[in-house]
Design a binder for this molecule. Structure first.
Ligand code: ADP
Ligand code: AMP
Length: 217
């Protein structure tokens, strides 16, 4: 199964993508995680990406598309994948179609997580992430078993630099301007599935899994 997670920053894409990946035994491909790792490792690409990420802007398309293409060419993506945080512009969506066409495969579903703006802001302020494995927690809604420690890999949890209010506002603006047109793009391809993301994590997950199971039958 090949899935795209769509929705504003903080909607719960990463949280749900991780669960879908486990449920359907496919890799979660998160461009945000790839960039954060590159920043942490201080690679040339990481240095470039950091400037944009810290100011809440999207990383330029040519950098992102190259990274995703390389990742999709790894053998574990042959059986399917869940893309989390990509595509984020119409150009990226078009390039993704070309990449998949070359491979003779296509996207099965685009999960569009709908959330209210107030909900999103509250989610950002409580978000804590694991820099090593990418797991995302919330101090109130999805706390780790041991405060400050990742359940999945035992590493330290951090607050993302770009989760401060001013940067969040810029990220939401970038979403409205550059990413939200993808809703119409995928609707016109009959791939869009709207999911109410305002409910608790497990309920949102159940709605997604139910609909994907229906899709795969
Ligand atoms: P995105 O990948 O879309 O930016 P995340 O998956 O990182 O969003 O979720 C943002 C924050 O909200 C995290 O702290 C996460 O634990 C929390 N969260 C995700 N889904 C829900 C939900 N349905 N209810 C409450 N909190 C949630
Ligand atoms: P995320 O973890 O998905 O919230 O992404 C964090 C940041 O990484 C974004 O604010 C962007 O700066 C950058 N980023 C991640 N994915 C993309 C993408 N597909 N296109 C452009 N920038 C991206």
């Amino acid at each position: 199964m090949r899935i795209i997670m769509l929705g504003p920053p903080g909607a719960g894409k990463g949280t749900q993508a991780r669960k879908i990946a486990e449920e359907f035994h496919i890799p979660q491909i998160s461009t945000g995680d790839i960039f954060r790792r590159a920043v942490e490792e201080n690679t040339a690409m990481g240095k470039k990406a950091k400037e944009y990420m810290d100011s809440g802007m999207l990383v330029p398309d040519d950098i992102v598309v190259g990274i995703v293409e390389e990742r999709l060419n790894k053998p574990d993506a042959d059986a399917g994948f869940v893309l989390d945080g990509f595509p984020r512009t119409l150009y990226q969506a078009e390039r993704l179609e070309q990449i998949l066409e070359k491979k003779g495969v296509h996207i099965d579903a685009v999960i569009n997580i709908l959330v209210q703006r107030e909900t999103v802001i509250e989610r950002f302020t409580g978000r804590r992430v694991c820099q090593v494995c990418g797991a995302s927690y919330h101090i109130k809604y999805n706390p780790p078993k041991k405060p400050g420690v990742c359940d999945a890999c035992g590493n330290k949890l951090i607050t993302r630099h770009d989760d401060e209010l001013e940067t969040v506002k810029k990220r939401l603006e970038e979403y409205e301007q550059k990413t939200s047109p993808l809703i119409e793009f995928y609707k016109s391809r009959h791939l869009l599935i709207d999911i109410d993301g305002n409910k608790p994590i497990d309920e949102v997950n159940k709605s997604i899994v139910d609909v994907l199971r229906g899709e795969t039958k």
